[in-house]
Design a protein around this ligand. Sequence first.
Ligand code: ZN
Ligand code: ZN
Length: 212
Amino acid sequence: MIQHHLSDEILIAYSAGTLPEAFSLVVAAHISLCDECRARFAAFEAVGGALLQSAPQAALSSESLARTLARIREGKPVERPKPKAHGIFPAPLAAYVGGGPEAVRWQNAGGGIRQAILPTKGPGRARLLYIPAGHAVPDHGHRGLELTLVLQGAFRDETDCFARGDVEIADPKLHHKPIAELGDDCICLAATDAPLRFRGLIPRLLQPILRI
Ligand code: ZN
Ligand code: ZN
């Protein structure tokens, strides 16, 4: 049962195509796990489509119209393989990784934590985080937006507990220390658009290496 969802603001930006790729990946992964956000997203898409339809139409030269129609007539439908979920990885994420958790090339991030930065374009960064049960992420603040989607296990911080499917939205107002709950090791997909603000010296020294 998912308790923590995406905000309207984020879903609207996603449907308008204005979110950087790193955040879009987290949103797509959450939507694929969450019926509630998928329904809200569909509603925003419908509103966006209606707005486009009522927008003043641009004049199209008769030539370009003929070309477009010819292209449609000649074109064969493109058969794209449908992305599939791999284990705990929802389809949008599995497509980035090329498989499930076994396909991830983890990098040691210190304190038992591992990370893998995903290849996204544009501003922001998306990464997978592996936090062994009972381990903590060094406490930190945020200079921008951080979206964290739980894929396995759970973590707890100053605000609440987050389990599979939950997404935590952190902004500059939040300073937190996420700790993985006992039980399964915690695997998360996280996106940020600005370096985190660590208090401890060691995390600060590691920051440029870990690109966090
Ligand atoms: Zn949701
Ligand atoms: Zn954070």
